[in-house]
Ligand binder design. Sequence first.
Ligand SMILES: Cc1cc2nc3c(=O)[nH]c(=O)nc-3n(C[C@H](O)[C@H](O)[C@H](O)COP(=O)(O)OP(=O)(O)OC[C@H]3O[C@@H](n4cnc5c(N)ncnc54)[C@H](O)[C@@H]3O)c2cc1C
Length: 192
Amino acid sequence: MVRLTAADGYTATRSYSVASPPGDSQDIEITVERLEDGEVSSYLHEVVVPGDELEVRGPIGGWFVWRGDTPALLVGGGSGIVPLMAMLRLARRSGRSDLVRLVASVRSPVELYYAEELPGPETTVVFTREAPPSWDRPPGRLGEEDLRRVLAPGATAYVCGSSGFADHVTGLLARLEFPDEHIRVERFGPTS
Ligand SMILES: Cc1cc2nc3c(=O)[nH]c(=O)nc-3n(C[C@H](O)[C@H](O)[C@H](O)COP(=O)(O)OP(=O)(O)OC[C@H]3O[C@@H](n4cnc5c(N)ncnc54)[C@H](O)[C@@H]3O)c2cc1C
């Protein structure tokens, strides 16, 4: 949780996922999508500079957690990839990439988070509106076939994104007969 406090005492608090893997560093990385009219995200993009101090609390929540030693299907929409990136980084760092399959869904190449770091044998990118010219999958909404290819026996699915995206993916997983009790969802709606 990041809390900003104005000079007059007004405060605004928002949740952000940790993108860095667990480790011995004191540093944490967050990735913030800039919303045009967003109070906190715009401030973090446009006003905050290196050296500024932010009030941070957490991490909070013990549900959307992957411990790094079981098969995991990670499905992220837009900035919903952020907590999944922590898991992918952990898998790569510990030499257990074989356990992880990550599917990132974004509208177009310019909106792809971690574009340099993401590609690898364990990751798939689905472009929904505009794909690079060389891409073999035509642009279109994430579908059953995209997930069928990456299903692994005994995996837990971690689904993260907007509420609409999360509902869409859990619907696809249900149609693929993915066990409901093995699905974990994190929704990036406005912080209440
Ligand atoms: C558990 C959790 C984890 C999150 N992790 C991340 C993260 O890692 N990175 C990240 O960028 N965001 C994340 N979010 C979303 C984040 O908390 C804020 O909601 C977001 O940054 C918008 O805040 P704001 O103050 O800029 O917008 P506000 O001023 O609160 O809202 C501005 C406008 O945008 C709409 N809006 C608010 N939030 C969203 C949203 N998430 N998507 C689309 N429209 C929205 C509002 O309805 C309003 O119309 C997370 C949310 C939750 C609940």
